[in-house]
Each structure stands twice: as C-alpha cells, then as structure tokens.
Design a protein around this ligand. Structure first.
Ligand SMILES: Nc1nc2c(ncn2[C@@H]2O[C@H](COP(=O)(O)OP(=O)(O)OP(=O)(O)O)[C@@H](O)[C@H]2O)c(=O)[nH]1
Ligand SMILES: [Mg+2]
Length: 281
C-alpha cells in the first residue's frame, strides 16, 4: 500500500486565472483601497446593463454579476489609479429613473443627486437604447460631469443593431464610449474620458430641456427658498422642478427636514465591502 503524501502548496494545481486585459500604461486596479482619492466616480444605469462588470474590470474586485436585474442592492466602493490620480469608484444598484421609489433605487438616486460625484458613468445597454435614454437624460439634467458607457456592443452587433456613437455623443453633449465590459474592451477609452471630465479637461454640454417664461421664474423662486433652507444642498433646481410637478415624496422630504443630512457629505449610507480578488469576467 502506498501512503499518500499531502501535496505541497507548490505541487497543487492552482486555479486558472484569466489574464488581465492589456490595459494602457497608467491604469492600475486598486481593489478595496480607496484611501486618499482625488476623484469620486459613480456607476449609474438601468438594471442589468453591466455596471458591476465595469466596476470589476476597473478595480479588480468581484462584485456580484449575473444576467438578471436587481443584483446590486447596496452601494459598493473600490479604487483605481490613472495617470497619477486616484479614483474612488462607486457601484450603484440599477435604476430606471431618478423619480423611482424602491429602496435599491433610492440608494442610487440619492448618490447621483446628492453624493457629488466628480463624474457619473452612465452605463447604457446598446441593444435597448431608447429605454436607457430616459435615465440618461434625467442624469444629464442634474450634472455636467458625465460619460456614457455604451455597453453590450457585442450583443448589439449580434442582433444587427448599429449605433452611431459619434452622433449620440453630439446629441447628448457628453463623451460616449462604446464598450464590451465583459471582455474589458473599451475600458481604457472609458477611463481616459472619465479622467478628462472629472478634471474638467474635457468640456461637456449636456442635452437639457430648459424652462422658459413663468416656469423658469417659478423654478428660480423655489431654488432660492430651497437653498436658504438647506445651504449647500446640491441640485436644488432638480428639487424645485419636482415640487412644481407635485412630487409628494420630495414635498414630504423637504417639509420633514429629511434632506438636511444629504447636504453635508458624500457618505450617504455605509458602503458595502466589495469582495477582493481578480476581476470576475
Ligand atoms: N455580452 C455581454 N455581456 C455583458 C457585457 N457587460 C456585462 N455583461 C453581462 O451582463 C450581465 C449583467 O451584468 P452586471 O454587471 O451584473 O450588470 P449590472 O448593471 O451591475 O446589474 P444590476 O446590479 O442588477 O443593476 C452579466 O451576465 C454580465 O456578464 C458586455 O459588454 N457584453
Ligand atoms: Mg450590479
């Protein structure tokens, strides 16, 4: 009988680790290290568009991904470095609208509206652009600092859908970067655009529907009142528009003083600790 000797660590077969895609010099995944960041970047978009896949590709972490909507239910944070600057990347639950009310969606909404990200990456599914444009246009109403990540370009191609990203870029007024996040295609270009927008080197002119006449005057009046009641609260204009539309939740939040803590910091709720390790692709 031969006695079986336990294998030493060196002899054991190690799991196959997929090679990290050839990122351009200058981009470094920092995992859970988000200390001393220069910029905060939020990942926003409809459910199931690939936000966590982008998060994993840029940070090297293993946020939960899968082919159904509603997987990310809390905010998760990770880091990456690019051209000498450190970025804190925030993965958010998917949301169809900034007017939505479910708990997951509220986490996303509050961060986009009040978390003051230096850049918001709007992840869009290129196969269902029309559906995704609703949220994209809402985000562009409230921030100048955004980049569109036009994801699932491989699926779009497979379905015979052609998207002219340059035209979309002109129409939306912010950089549009075609990507296939699952294979990390386009990640370099995405990060370059994010760096440009966060540092204001790239100037954006987001598509906006501007109020005119009486509406514009009413908005201005309300903005002054909101800013007086909540000094430092970002997006008073968005809140004023909601009030004019008769949004009961915003009305209640303002009356009950619920917005006061949103005025003070980026740490809206404690973030989830993302799992460390190689990027799951
Ligand atoms: N074919 C293809 N699949 C992708 C691409 N990007 C992501 N996926 C897949 O799409 C599915 C959804 O990706 P997630 O990253 O979990 O999407 P999410 O936006 O974080 O989803 P929620 O957190 O539920 O809102 C997963 O099965 C991914 O592997 C891509 O560019 N091409
Ligand atoms: Mg997710």
């Amino acid at each position: 009988m031969t006695s079986k000797r336990p294998k030493s660590i060196r002899e054991r077969k190690l799991p196959v680790v997929e090679p990290v895609p050839p990122f351009r010099e200058g981009l470094r995944q920092l995992g859970i290290d988000t200390t001393d960041w220069d910029y905060v970047v939020a990942l926003a978009g409809n459910p199931n568009t690939g936000k966590s896949t982008v998060f994993n590709a840029l940070t090297g972490l293993r946020q939960h991904v899968g082919n159904w909507p509603g997987k990310t239910v809390a905010r998760a944070e990770g880091g990456f470095a690019y051209e000498g600057k450190k970025y804190k990347l925030v993965d958010l639950p998917g949301t169809y609208s900034l007017l939505s009310a479910s708990t997951d969606e509220e986490i996303a909404r509050n961060f986009i509206l009040f978390g003051r990200p230096d850049c918001t990456i709007i992840v869009m599914d290129a196969t269902v652009l029309e559906r995704n444009l609703n949220l994209a246009l809402q985000i562009l109403e409230i921030t100048d600092r955004a980049v569109v990540c036009l994801n699932l370009m491989d699926e779009a191609r497979r379905k015979g859908i052609r998207v002219n990203h340059k035209t979309l870029e002109r129409e939306l007024g912010v950089p549009v970067v075609p990507t296939v996040a699952r294979t990390a295609h386009g990640m370099n270009e995405l990060v370059a655009a994010v760096a440009g927008v966060a540092s204001a080197r790239i100037r954006t002119r987001p598509h906006r529907i501007t109020a005119t006449g009486d509406t514009a005057r009413s908005v201005d009046e309300l903005v002054a009142l909101i800013e007086a009641a909540y000094p430092g609260l970002p997006n008073a204009r968005w809140l004023a528009m909601r009030l004019l539309e008769g949004d009961k939740r915003v009305e209640d939040a303002l009356r009950l003083g619920e917005l006061s803590q949103l005025a003070v910091s980026r740490e809206l709720e404690p973030a989830e600790v993302a799992t460390s390790g190689a990027a799951a692709r």
